[in-house]
Design a protein around this ligand. Structure first.
Ligand SMILES: NC(=O)c1ccc[n+]([C@@H]2O[C@H](COP(=O)([O-])OP(=O)(O)OC[C@H]3O[C@@H](n4cnc5c(N)ncnc54)[C@H](O)[C@@H]3O)[C@@H](O)[C@H]2O)c1
Length: 256
C-alpha cells in the first residue's frame, strides 16, 4: 500500500510545524515547506525523530515558478499527494489610514495569492485520485479585532474564506474536499508580531481573559482539528470554516 503525502506550507514554525508532526504520527508522508529553509529542515528532522518520513523545502509561496518547480519535483509515485495544509502567513498590522500600500500588497500577496498558487499545483496533483485541502483562515475574516489594525490581515483571510467555499464546490466532482481551519489566538510568533516585546505578557493576560475558554491555544490543539479535516473521518465535510478558537467567534462582547 502506498503512503499518502501531505504538503504543508509555513511548516517551519507554529501551527504548520505542529501539523507536520501530528501528520507524521498519523501516517502521512510529510512535505514540509517554508520560506525559512532551515526551519523547514528542522521540522523534517523532528518528523524523522518521531519515526516519520518526508522532505523539506525552502519555498516562498509568492513565487509561482518556485511553487511549480517544487511540486514537479515531488516523488508522487512513492507517495501520491492526498493532502495540503497552507499555514504560510504573515500579519503586519497598522491603522488603515496610515498603512503603507506596499504592506497591504505584501500581506495579500503572501496570505491570499501565495495560498492560491500552492492550491493550484496541489489540485493538479490531486485531481486524478482525490484528496483533502485545508486552508488557514482567521476570526479576522469575520469580526474586527478589538486591538485594531487588522485591515490587511482580515482582508487576506476573507479571501481564504471565499476561496474555501468556491474551491469546495468546483472540485467536489474530483473527490477533493476543501475546508478551512479558523484558529483562535494561538501561542506562536505570529500572534505577537504586532506587539512590542515588553507588552506581550500583559497582552497575553488580557487575551486569556477575553477568550471564553480562558486561555490561548497551543499549536498542537489546532493541529488536531486540521488532521481531522484532512482525514477520511471528515469524508462528508467540505466547504466548511471550522472554528478552533476557544469560543471567540461565538461570543459577543456586549455584557447586557
Ligand atoms: N497564531 C494565531 O493566533 C493564528 C490565529 C489565526 C490564524 N493563524 C494563521 O495560522 C497560520 C500559521 O501561523 P502561525 O501562527 O503558526 O505563525 P508562525 O509565524 O509561527 O508561522 C508562519 C510560518 O509561515 C512562514 N512564511 C511566512 N511567509 C512565507 C512565505 N512567503 N512563503 C512560505 N512560508 C512563509 C514563516 O516563515 C513561518 O514559519 C497563518 O496563516 C496565520 O495567519 C494564526
Amino acid at each position: 500500500m502506498t503512503t499518502p503525502a501531505l504538503f504543508i506550507t509555513g511548516a517551519g514554525s507554529g501551527i504548520g510545524r505542529a501539523v507536520s508532526l501530528a501528520a507524521a504520527r498519523d501516517g502521512w508522508y510529510v512535505h514540509a515547506a517554508d520560506i525559512d529553509h532551515a526551519a523547514a529542515a528542522q521540522t523534517l528532522e523532528q518528523v524523522e525523530q518521531r519515526g516519520g518520513h518526508g522532505t523539506g523545502h525552502g519555498l516562498d509561496v509568492t513565487d509561482a515558478a518556485a511553487v511549480a518547480q517544487t511540486f514537479t519535483a515531488l516523488d508522487s509515485a512513492a507517495a501520491p499527494l492526498r493532502g495540503l495544509f497552507t499555514a504560510a502567513g504573515i500579519d503586519t498590522g497598522g491603522a488603515a489610514h496610515e498603512l503603507d500600500p506596499a504592506v497591504w500588497r505584501r500581506v495579500l500577496e503572501v496570505n491570499a495569492t501565495g495560498t492560491f498558487l500552492v492550491v493550484q499545483r496541489a489540485l493538479e496533483a490531486m485531481m486524478p485520485g482525490g484528496g483533502s485541502i485545508v486552508l488557514c483562515g482567521s476570526p479576522a475574516a469575520q469580526v474586527g479585532f478589538a486591538a485594531g489594525g487588522a485591515t490587511a490581515y482580515g482582508a487576506s483571510k476573507g479571501a481564504i474564506s471565499s476561496m474555501t467555499r468556491t474551491l469546495a464546490v468546483d472540485y467536489a466532482p474530483f473527490g477533493i474536499r476543501v475546508n478551512a481551519i479558523v484558529p483562535g489566538p494561538t501561542e506562536t510568533p505570529l500572534m505577537w508580531a504586532n506587539v512590542p516585546p515588553a507588552e506581550v505578557d500583559r497582552m497575553r493576560d488580557q487575551v486569556e481573559r477575553e477568550v471564553p475558554l480562558g486561555r490561548m491555544a497551543q499549536p498542537e490543539e489546532i493541529a488536531e482539528s486540521v488532521l481531522w479535516l484532512l482525514s477520511d473521518r471528515a469524508s462528508y465535510t467540505t466547504g466548511s470554516l471550522l472554528p478552533c478558537d476557544g469560543g471567540v467567534l461565538a461570543k459577543s462582547s456586549i455584557s447586557v
